[in-house]
Design a binder for this molecule. Structure first.
Ligand code: SAM
Length: 280
């Protein structure tokens, strides 16, 4: 019977020592000790009984075990072979609702046959935003995503135009989802304690699609061009895609000033730009 107390730093240290494993900074390993935070995270997932969940970066399974207790089917993606060994042979050996994919989630996730109901994870700081961007760019879109991330990254995900945190990443995250920051977690709730505070973000899939599948690549290309150089105007950044005359027509048809900068454009403005340019 697996009975690790995930809230006790000493128990985690003892397990690592017994197994002869070391923590790896490179994989952004910071364990969430706070049981109330873990419970809150799982409650943000809604009714997960019978639901398929992909968890990125389960570590030893502290959040995994709560999701399994609620009756979810959890497929976990873990890069650390030592942790994978513990998950497979100790923690969830007799758990029929658990399966494991060992390796870099960025390489393994998109080979999966089915998109789950939910993707969740206390994401490694170094690749958290890359993982979220890849999920969206690969059109691998579950109904809901619940991630623990650096607070600053959560603020960027949820930022609206004309705010300092707004970037192409905000637009990307809001294309298919309505993100909201649910709560903050202080750095002291993790072992080892990171240098920054964290937050939990819930990304709810939009009820109505804003974009057709066939438009996505052109949208990503436009987004990259618009934000390529933040200090430049939209007009200047669009030179990567169109000639001067065409840019003038696109901006005037979309009702966007020649002097506007991308940081002031809403998602709707960008979608309008996309459609005007593809109609030309
Ligand atoms: N879920 C645990 C918790 O909340 O305490 C651990 C979270 S820890 C912040 C991040 C986890 O992601 C670690 O287990 C780490 O080994 C794993 N990880 C890091 N990079 C990964 C990647 N590219 N693919 C899959 N797992 C990764």
């Amino acid at each position: 019977m697996w009975n690790l107390d995930y809230s006790r730093q000493k128990d985690i240290e003892r397990l690592l020592e017994e197994k002869g494993f070391a923590m790896s900074k490179k994989f952004g390993q910071n364990f969430l000790l706070s049981s109330s935070a873990r419970e809150k995270i799982v409650s943000l997932m809604g009714d997960i009984r019978g639901k398929a969940i992909f968890e990125i970066g389960p570590g030893f399974g502290s959040i995994t075990s709560l999701m399994l207790k609620e009756g979810a089917f959890v497929r976990a993606f873990e890069i650390d072979h030592g942790f994978a060994d513990i998950l497979r042979n100790d923690a969830f050996k007799d758990e029929p609702g658990f399966s494991l994919v060992e390796g870099d989630a960025l390489k393994t996730l998109f080979s999966e046959q089915c998109i789950p109901d939910l993707i969740a994870g206390n994401l490694p700081y170094n690749v958290g935003s890359v993982i979220i961007a890849s999920i969206i760019e690969n059109n691998f879109l579950p109904g809901r995503m619940v991630f623990t991330l650096q607070k600053e990254v959560c603020q960027r995900i949820a930022a609206k135009e004309k705010s300092g945190d707004y970037s192409s990443f905000s637009v990307l995250c809001q294309l298919d989802y309505e993100p909201r920051i649910a709560f903050s977690i202080p750095r002291s709730a993790f072992y080892p304690s990171p240098n920054v505070d964290s937050a939990v973000i819930v990304m709810e899939r939009r009820k109505e699609k804003l974009i057709e599948d066939g438009e996505r690549d052109a949208f990503f290309k436009l987004l990259r061009a618009l934000f390529a150089q933040r200090r430049k105007t939209v007009r200047n950044n669009l030179k990567a895609l169109h000639d001067n005359g065409t840019i003038g027509i696109i901006l005037s048809k979309a009702g966007i000033s020649e002097k506007e900068r991308a940081e002031n454009l809403s998602l709707q403005d960008i979608l309008r730009l996309l459609r005007v340019s593809s109609d030309l």
